[in-house]
Design a protein around this ligand. Sequence first.
Ligand code: PLP
Length: 345
Amino acid sequence: MTPLRFTPIGSFFELANDDLVRDVAEIPWQQPDTSLAYLQSGQQALRACASYLSEVEGRDIVVVPEFACDSMLAPFPQAEWTLVSFPVDASLRPDTHALSTIISQHERCVVLTMAYFGAAPDSEHIATLQILQAKGARVIEDETHRVLTASTRPIGDVAVASLRKTIPVPDGAYLRGVLAPAILEHSAPEGPRSHPGWEAMEAKSAGDLERAGELFTQSDRALSQLEPALLSPRTLEALSRLSHRQLANRRTSNAEALRSALPVNHEILVEASVPSHLPLRVDEPRAMQQALAKQAIYCPIHWPRPPRLAEASFPCDLISLPIDHRYNRADMSRIGTAVRELVNA
Ligand SMILES: Cc1ncc(COP(=O)(O)O)c(C=O)c1O
């Protein structure tokens, strides 16, 4: 193992420390009056929705935001689905007027929407989707960035979320809402398919970063299979014992700390009570990502532009700073200082 000059910040999760584990914990997205089902990955959950809406309801047009990742689009393959996109504004909110215009031109389509980086969908977003549903569109809401605040009823016909982006588990996605039971039944998922995601987290906790990286890549590859499979029992058990409240509180306080450590004129892109990341608008996100990586601060870019959105007005100037449960005020200050130095360089 190579000795590290800096403690790494960011990248995939290691195991949660004991102070985040409880005997029983409340799961925010699990609500008494809302159907809930789990699959192995977000892509599989979206694939299950797509298959149901195509095979049972005969739909073949999917309307997606111009800011989306390949993993959101792959479950709607080009051979089966026509993709139409609608713009998002500078704060990444859907352009509801454009969305309504598109729906009025296409009957029986499927709309995929999302509120980004932990923001809650605003009243206009919600009202527009209700109107589109009344006109015959089906609505899937991707809650991946806001699972820790997904405590209200889902909007749309079904909400899906990949869990491993914000919660220290290596796999898993939920589907919730009125259509979830029918979608799950139609998808007839296999039993849990094996992948070395938990081993990757264990290796990372043990400090063996090289092996952790290899196992993570293998696991990621296995999870990118679209054929639905069930969630691993170990993940299900972990979800019922993690303190989601603590995970949320740490994100909130880290985001606050990081905001005060960033350059004074940085743009606050989205307002979120529990952010998934702190997105920054910068001139050269790749260059900043590489420069921060030299200081062992690993930041994702949400997202590389998917080829199917080549013509869309896709925001290419974002970098996402980590603020998750693993970190504290001192870590946020380290990120803030590094970003300030790069911005002022
Ligand atoms: C918003 C969003 N939805 C869905 C997915 C797919 O999730 P998974 O990686 O669990 O397949 C991703 C993955 O990056 C995502 O970012």
